[in-house]
Design a protein around this ligand. Structure first.
Ligand code: GLA
Length: 404
């Protein structure tokens, strides 16, 4: 077996080996197949800012989606999901009807968008396997979209600009899954880099890879999954987007130059006075201040000032809880518990909210105590444990294997 990246760990080699063997079982042989991998992400700071043209600072994680792909000589698209033990076969021109939000909707959606843009014109066999926790706010769907597009570009040998690929993946989320997400998740999965966090300006898409060598710095990111998935999350997310649009419309009546909440300053917000309800003023304040925090967090990271970074994380949580109102009691408990432990620099909810995960920046020496305390406090209150992941290294989208 030829590994393409010297940094790919031994455990990844084992996964690749197994995947090739599964691919062989599924499609007869693994000759000519390649394995691509795209990671999920956790957002360190900057939530509900991406769709307001603001700033975000996510980092990829070490849980991924793998796409094993091989071109075919005909126009057959043959897809298989290892996780769901489910297959979909169809002629490229004839995308079948699949359930919205199912694994097949993301995969066939990405294929369809690539076909429409002229990137894909022939058939292929593709097997998908993922270990990003589902519904936890760690961007399993973005990783899936990115793995499919990246894997296909390698197997079918077409060049797609990474930014075009990211936008295409976001389109898949909007049209085929019905989720009106911003651009952070797909961007992080596609262009996040090993050993770095990703600072992204969601308006210009200018970005910067900020070093965060967790393991070497004696740090870990601890991700605590509340295992709460609220039915309401999607509709509440749209509600927040509508609220932001409403603020922009009001601001424009007096100021004219507000394209997005990104353009709102505290001074303009102050001048708007009673034109906004208290709730809308709070939403705006969150976005304005969170954007500032993301920039300060980037600077703190560059200066290796993890204490300052952690304080910004804590402030971000407070703002998401009290001003933007997207937290949940379960998340608040996990955050408050973590913030009381020495060696924890900062803790906050991460992602869309209403459930999902918290993220904690922690000294490695404090990891065991944090894990145990989170489990105990949560179990005492809710009668079940959170899922806790410790991240000491992160991944990036890459090809792991190609059969020559
Ligand atoms: C979800 C969306 C992202 C972003 C976050 C909140 O993860 O997919 O685009 O809006 O919520 O920061």
């Amino acid at each position: 077996m030829t590994s393409l990246s010297s940094e790919v760990s031994q455990s990844a080699e084992i996964v690749v080996h197994r995947l090739l063997s599964d691919f062989k079982d599924q499609f007869g042989s693994a000759d000519g197949a390649l394995v691509a991998r795209a990671p999920g992400r956790v957002n360190l700071i900057g939530d509900h800012t991406d769709y307001n043209d603001g700033f975000v600072l996510p980092i990829t994680i070490d849980h991924d989606v793998y796409a094993v792909v091989r071109a075919r000589a005909d126009d057959g698209v043959r897809l298989y999901s290892v996780n769901y033990e489910d297959a979909v076969f169809y002629p490229l021109e004839d995308r079948p009807h699949v359930t919205r939000g199912s694994w097949a909707s993301y995969v066939t959606g990405a294929i369809e968008e690539l076909r429409r843009r002229g990137f894909v014109s022939g058939g292929f066999d593709m097997m998908i396997y993922g270990n990003v926790p589902l519904g936890a706010g760690l961007s399993s769907s973005a990783a899936l979209e990115v793995a499919v597009v990246f894997g296909l570009s390698a197997a079918l040998e077409f060049d797609i600009d990474p930014i075009d690929a990211i936008r295409l993946c976001q389109t898949v989320e909007h049209w085929y899954a019905g989720v009106q997400c911003g651009i952070m998740d797909q961007f992080a999965s596609r262009l996040g880099r090993r050993g770095h966090a990703l600072f992204l300006d969601c308006r210009t898409l200018d970005h910067e890879h900020v070093p965060l060598p967790l393991f070497q710095s004696g740090l870990a990111l601890v991700i605590a999954d509340s295992r709460v998935t609220r039915e309401l999350a999607n509709s509440k997310y749209s509600e927040r987007r509508d609220e932001c649009d409403a603020i922009v419309a009001v601001a424009n009546q007096s100021d004219g130059d507000v394209m997005a909440l990104r353009d709102l300053t505290p001074a303009v917000l102050g001048r708007l006075g009673d034109a906004l309800t208290e709730t809308l003023r709070n939403r705006a304040r969150h976005v304005i201040e969170e954007n500032q925090r993301v920039k300060s967090a980037r600077d703190a990271l560059k200066a290796s000032d993890f204490e300052a970074f952690g304080t910004l994380m804590n402030e971000s949580h407070e703002s998401l809880r009290d001003l933007y109102e997207v937290s949940a009691p379960e998340l608040d408990l996990l955050v408050a518990t973590a913030q009381n432990i020495s060696g924890v620099h900062g803790a906050r909810m991460t992602g869309g909210g209403f459930g999902g995960c918290t993220v904690n920046l922690v000294e490695q020496a404090a990891v065991s105590e944090l894990k145990q305390t989170l489990r105990n406090s949560y179990a005492d209150e809710y009668g079940r444990e959170p899922r806790v992941y410790v991240l000491k290294q992160n991944h990036q989208t890459e090809l792991l294997y190609a059969d020559e």
